[in-house]
Write a new protein. Structure first.
Length: 258
């Protein structure tokens, strides 16, 4: 099952040689699929609209489900990079739920959804009154998926940036959102350093959603986090995430030396 392979990649972080080989196969592109319209059509044709089976039934998303063609298709036949954008990860679910429950957190603020995937956290921020929201993901397919999901929720498509922003000069974000981004130790290290720069430079508030992955729980950043909310995952999400039962929203309490 292709989706099982994707879940294992995100859950384990470091890949063994066999997994890396499979990932290379999955990163083939189909030359006939080029334009944003082609990608949008592909997403619509190969996903289903899902809302009720998550922590945020208010938000509709186009996701992979067991009835979708590529759910069971051979990995080498997948035409794009790993479709993280087609899965509503539990960390992102908790983060979006927290914003919907607490609209004052994002209301009137300039918000960055880093590693946006399907765009749910960015959508939640916009629905709760953020003045400006930018979705960021290095996968251009995720950017198109985010725009599709915005339209599905009666929103104008949000700006989507596909540059790797981690390590770049930070913009003056009021709020930075990260859902399920600490699945790899090296990535976690780079995030830790860059987020400190964002806080030091512009005083950004950083919220992190994570279901308790090992790479996150064992990282030094955990010592600087304050728990804001804790959610039990729906049964269907528990089944899909192989043992993960809850997801937590954390606030990054890094205080720069003055």
């Amino acid at each position: 099952m292709y989706r099982l392979i994707i879940m294992c990649f995100r859950g384990q972080g470091t890949l063994n040689p066999l997994q890396r080989g499979a990932r290379c196969l999955m990163r083939r592109y189909v030359t006939s699929v080029r334009s944003e319209d082609d990608i949008k059509k592909f997403i619509i044709d190969n996903t289903e609209i899902v809302s009720s089976q998550s922590l945020t039934p208010e938000i509709s998303l186009r996701l992979f489900t067991p009835t979708c063609r590529f759910w069971t298709e051979k990995p080498e036949l997948w035409p794009f990079p790993d479709p993280y954008w087609a899965i509503y990860w539990p960390g992102g679910q908790a983060l979006a739920r927290y914003l919907l429950n607490n609209p004052e957190v994002s209301g009137g603020r300039k918000v960055l959804d880093l590693g946006c995937g399907c765009g749910a956290s960015a959508i939640a921020a916009k629905l709760t009154g953020a003045s400006h929201v930018v979705a960021n993901d290095t996968d251009p397919i995720a950017a198109v998926a985010t725009k599709v999901n915005c339209e599905l929720n009666n929103l104008e498509p949000l700006p989507c940036v596909t540059d790797n922003m981690i390590g770049s000069k930070p913009d003056d974000w009021d709020l930075i959102l990260l859902g399920d981004m600490f699945y790899d130790e090296d990535l976690a290290d780079r995030l830790h350093k860059w987020l400190q720069t964002c806080i030091t430079t512009h005083g950004a508030q950083v919220l992190i959603g994570d279901p308790g992955r090992a790479q996150f729980e064992s990282h030094d950043i955990r010592k600087l986090l304050h728990k804001l909310a804790h959610f039990e995952l729906p049964d269907s999400v528990k089944e899909e995430n192989y043992g993960l039962t809850n997801s937590t929203v954390w606030c990054y309490n890094y205080k720069p030396d003055l």
